[in-house]
Design a protein around this ligand. Structure first.
Ligand SMILES: Cc1ncc(C[n+]2csc(CCOP(=O)(O)OP(=O)(O)O)c2C)c(N)n1
Ligand SMILES: [Mg+2]
Length: 305
């Protein structure tokens, strides 16, 4: 079912997924500087444990709605790095024919959209459709702390709770919305926003993929059991700039959050030999993805939209 990411049922494969995301994003940022990629991009570096932990406990047929920072979610979902690289390079072999770029991708049951909060009511409606059809699939929608300011989120929470929809809201709090710290943009508590609608919350402040996996497992199980929506709040850290250069944080702050590197935290559970083996496997996949993508043709441009 999945392409390059094996089922994440052990420490080795959880680490491999996180390293795949890290190396993909690093390559992406370096390719941008050479002008080979189009549009913009938002790297997931630092937050890899969230995606790996969550997708290690979902089913391949579950529905996923992501946002502007979608590459890590897509790769942990099992998406092919080559198709993603081709999309970022605007090639016809890209996930959506080279027309979506970094933020607007689709493959199987995975969708992303760059408008903050815009995809939340869509995800809620899709969760309703799955409930009506009794497919047993759950829907996941990823949002950031900065998206708590979007009113449409609360309309969706209300309907999801009232109609007991099988949807899990995954809130990744990386403490910033572009350059705005969460402290000056979110009143009260994040969990309180969901609790106000009677939605149960699982909340973790960690970059340990095993802790995230455990919390995600409980949340996913609750939603799949028919109990209604759930919310998984993951407090994390973004190591790279918001997009490609906008970062007001001090060197001291960046050095402080680096101590929470999920690869270091989880890598200590593997032998040095195993870490090297993962590295060598991932390097081949990433290189192959970008080299193949670059050789592919651009789509024909047409004025007939
Ligand atoms: C409706 C809307 N307003 C503004 C933007 C520009 N924008 C893109 S990402 C972003 C910050 C998002 O912050 P957060 O939700 O915390 O996600 P993060 O970038 O931290 O992952 C902004 C303001 C947008 N994409 N959509
Ligand atoms: Mg944020």
């Amino acid at each position: 079912m999945r392409y390059n990411v094996p089922v994440m049922d052990d420490n080795y494969n959880l680490y491999k997924t996180m390293l795949l995301i890290r190396r993909f994003e690093e390559r992406l940022l370096s390719e941008f500087s050479t002008g080979k990629l189009v549009g913009t991009t938002h790297a997931y570096i630092g937050q890899e444990a969230d995606a790996a932990g969550v997708f290690s406990v979902t089913e391949p047929e579950d529905l996923v709605f992501s946002n502007h920072r979608c590459h890590g979610h897509f790769l942990a979902y099992g998406g092919e790095p080559y198709r993603l690289a081709a999309e970022l390079m605007g090639r016809i072999t890209g996930l959506v024919g080279g027309r979506g770029g970094s933020q607007h991708i689709h493959w199987r049951n995975f969708y992303s959209n760059g408008i903050q909060g815009g995809i939340v009511p869509v995800a809620t409606g899709m969760a309703l459709a799955e409930k009506v059809r009794a497919t047993g699939k759950i829907t996941l929608v990823f949002i950031g702390d900065g998206t708590l300011g979007e009113g449409v989120l609360y309309e969706s929470l209300n309907i999801a709770a009232l109609w007991k929809l099988p949807i899990l809201f995954v809130l990744e709090d990386n403490h910033y919305a572009q350059t705005t710290p969460v402290e000056i943009s979110v009143s009260g508590t994040i969990s309180g926003r969901f609790a106000a609608f009677g939605i149960p919350v699982w909340e973790r402040e960690t970059t340990d993929v095993l802790e995230i996996k455990s919390a995600a497992n409980e949340a996913v199980h609750s939603v799949r059991s028919g109990a209604g929506p759930g919310c998984l709040i993951l407090h994390t850290h973004r190591f790279s700039a918001h997009s490609r250069g906008d970062d007001p944080r001090s060197h001291e702050e960046l050095a402080r959050i680096r101590q929470f590197d999920p690869l270091t935290v989880h890598g200590e559970r593997l032998t040095p030999e195993a870490c090297k083996k993962v590295e060598s496997e991932v390097v081949v996949v990433i290189n192959d993805a970008f080299v193949r993508a670059e050789a592919d043709p651009f789509p024909q441009m047409s004025v007939d939209f």
